[in-house]
Design a protein around this ligand. Structure first.
Ligand code: GTP
Ligand code: SPV
Ligand code: MN
Length: 588
């Protein structure tokens, strides 16, 4: 399928190491994919779901010990430890290769080595990049076919070039003691062993499109970010694009596919999805920041997805989708998860594979991090620019996270540099998307804490440099928080589609159409400027979630001081000054 010498040489090396019984190149043809689906069903990797209700859909269960990303076993293997920085685990590349090759040696014996050529981004786009993943898992192949652009065409575009990312995945024994997810940014290489869970094994996604690509972006002058991309069409038919970085399971897929409230729809507002997780951004010929979604599908959180919370995501899962770790409804051979509807199946199998009665059981039917892998083209609101080679121009960048207290519903940073400060100090309560405690506040700069492939101080510096290059064409930077809780622990803001009310304020700010109140942390909306039409939500409550509590923010500033210490002398001076300014403003 290719004559590329660097590809062929690497494949020979991998064959000698892994000793597969046979090698299969994935050409992207429907016949080959269909044959693989059949085989996956025969060997029990997948279960075929109801062809009438969920055509071409399948169910997969991972091992119980293998249900989320494992940040503690994820490593950046740069030659120098200091280049991985204080927020990453580091391993010496020489030692890492040796250890990983020892683990993977002969692990494909009796198995097939699948070779997957894939493009992150529209094939041939100047913003796209190419990878080759080898794996011994049909589940991985079938997920990669949905999540990326796979097939011979990718090799054609690659030609003789050596600019491609090597990805080795081996399931080995799914032994959590020997599980490693290692990125070698200086070698364009990823090695993942002893896991079969999405974020650890779909190597195009977090490993390449964020950890390796963030490093490439730093070296080459572009940005790889953990951001959704959303187009907002106003009644005049003009579309503005925003990119938003929220940590895992904090609402990217939801915002990327939201349905505006009825009265805004009636006026003619529309929302178009470009991406729900990752954004690659470059400065275009016009000097603005242009973004593509490097992915081709959605690997979304299932629980909580329903017709009301995310109609478009649910619609996207109705055909050609792989469900992982959800409950299996045996009555009609479909799937179910917590929050899908109020009618859990009685005759079902839960995510671990045991019989389950959703009406009487206290156990969960679906794992909290259960996922769907759905083709982007299924999405009813997929953007007409989804396949655009040039990408879309970004008007605003939005940061956000889960903060029960403190962070206002929305505020605008004073300028790019202040926006980088806001992003670099982001914090959020942890979720089930990674193993470990849930609900603990942690600093997660730009939602990239688990995904930045180099020293985060250098990453902040890169953001500042990009701002200088963009000058007055830089997107405006905002921060949002949909997750404020009242004293009873209920969400105060209705969220979901009603977030459109906040997005409209953001767009109006970008266009200079609306004023704001200046506070110590940035610009917050004047209460009358957030449109509450048709919403049972009073202005006093709104005021309570857009106000800035100086005492609480002074405490926050102290925590930021601690957070910043980690970065030592690689913390840009500009950000230190930003922190001092914040303190001074709060003490005024
Ligand atoms: P990753 O795929 O892990 O990167 O996650 P994500 O950021 O795409 O998260 P997703 O959109 O799947 O949201 C996960 C959870 O956030 C779900 O439980 C949603 O119900 C909840 N959520 C999303 N938007 C809102 C909102 O506006 N308000 C509230 N209260 N919850 C929300
Ligand atoms: C995330 O955790 O941010 C995800 C899911 O998008 S995973 O691909 O597992 O990383
Ligand atoms: Mn994500």
């Amino acid at each position: 399928m290719t004559n590329n010498k660097t590809v062929l040489a690497w494949l020979e090396e991998m064959k000698a190491l892994l000793c597969p019984d046979k090698v299969v190149f994935i050409d992207g043809s429907e016949e080959q994919i269909e044959a693989l689906r059949k085989e996956a069903v025969e060997i029990g990797e997948l279960e075929k779901l109801n062809e009438e209700l969920l055509p071409d859909c399948y169910l997969h269960r991972t091992k119980v010990n293998d249900v989320a990303r494992v940040e503690g076993r994820t490593f950046i293997c740069s030659k120098k430890e200091e280049n991985a920085g204080p927020t990453n685990n580091w391993m010496d590349p020489e030692k890492a290769y040796k250890m990983l090759y020892d683990i993977a040696r002969n692990s494909y014996k009796g198995r097939t080595m699948y070779v997957i050529p894939f493009s992150m981004g529209p094939i041939g786009s100047p913003l796209a990049k190419i990878g080759v993943e080898i794996t011994d898992s049909i589940y991985v192949v079938l997920n990669m076919v949905i999540m990326t652009r796979v097939g011979k065409e990718v090799f054609d575009v690659l030609g003789d070039s050596n600019d491609w990312v090597r990805g080795l995945h081996s399931r080995c024994d799914i032994d959590e003691e020997k599980r490693y997810i290692c990125q070698f940014p200086e070698d364009n290489t990823i090695i993942s062993v002893n896991s079969g869970y999405g974020g650890n094994v779909l190597l195009g996604k977090k490993c390449f499109a964020l950890r390796i690509a963030s490093y490439q972006g730093w070296k080459e002058g572009w940005m790889a970010e953990h951001m959704l991309i959303l187009g907002i069409e106003n009644p005049q038919g003009e579309v503005k694009y925003v990119a938003a970085a929220f940590p895992s399971a904090c609402g990217k897929t939801n915002l990327a596919m939201m349905i505006p409230p009825k009265y805004l729809r009636d006026k003619g507002y529309k929302v178009w999805t470009v991406g729900d997780d990752i954004s690659w951004m470059r400065i275009g010929p016009d000097g603005r920041l242009w973004a593509i979604n490097p992915e081709n599908g959605f690997f979304g959180v299932a629980p909580g997805t329903n017709e009301k919370s995310n109609f478009n995501a649910l619609a996207s899962t109705k055909k050609g989708t792989i469900f992982t770790n959800v409950a299996h409804n045996l009555d009609n051979n479909t799937v179910w998860w917590e929050g899908l509807d109020k009618n859990p199946p009685e005759n079902a199998i839960e995510w671990k594979g045991n019989p389950w009665n959703g009406k009487t059981s206290d156990e969960k039917g679906a794992h909290p991090n259960s996922r769907f892998t759905a083709p982007a083209k299924n999405c009813p609101c997929i953007s007409s620019e989804f396949e655009s080679q040039a990408g879309v121009p970004i008007s605003a960048i939005i940061f956000g996270g889960r903060r029960a207290k403190l962070a206002p519903l929305v505020y605008q940073s004073k300028d790019w540099e202040n926006g980088v400060f806001v992003g670099s100090t982001m914090a959020s309560e942890t979720t089930a998307a990674a193993s470990g405690a849930v609900g603990v506040v942690r600093r997660d700069p730009m939602a990239m804490l688990p995904f930045c492939g180099y020293h985060m101080g250098d990453y902040f510096r890169h953001w500042l440099e990009m701002g200088k290059k963009l000058g007055d064409k830089a997107p405006k930077i905002f921060n949002v928080n949909w997750f404020r809780l009242d004293d009873e622990g209920h969400f105060i803001w209705p969220g979901f589609g009603d977030n459109m009310r906040v997005i409209n304020w953001i767009i109006d700010r970008c266009e200079g159409k609306v004023g704001a109140e200046e506070t110590a942390i940035g610009y917050v909306p004047r209460p009358e400027d957030i449109d509450l039409t048709d919403l049972d939500f009073d202005v006093e409550t709104l005021k309570s979630i857009i106000s800035v509590d100086k005492e609480a923010w002074l405490k926050e500033a102290d925590e930021i001081t601690e957070h910043y210490k980690k970065f030592g002398d690689r913390l840009p001076e500009e950000l230190k000054n930003q922190l001092e300014n914040l303190k001074a403003n709060l003490n005024k």
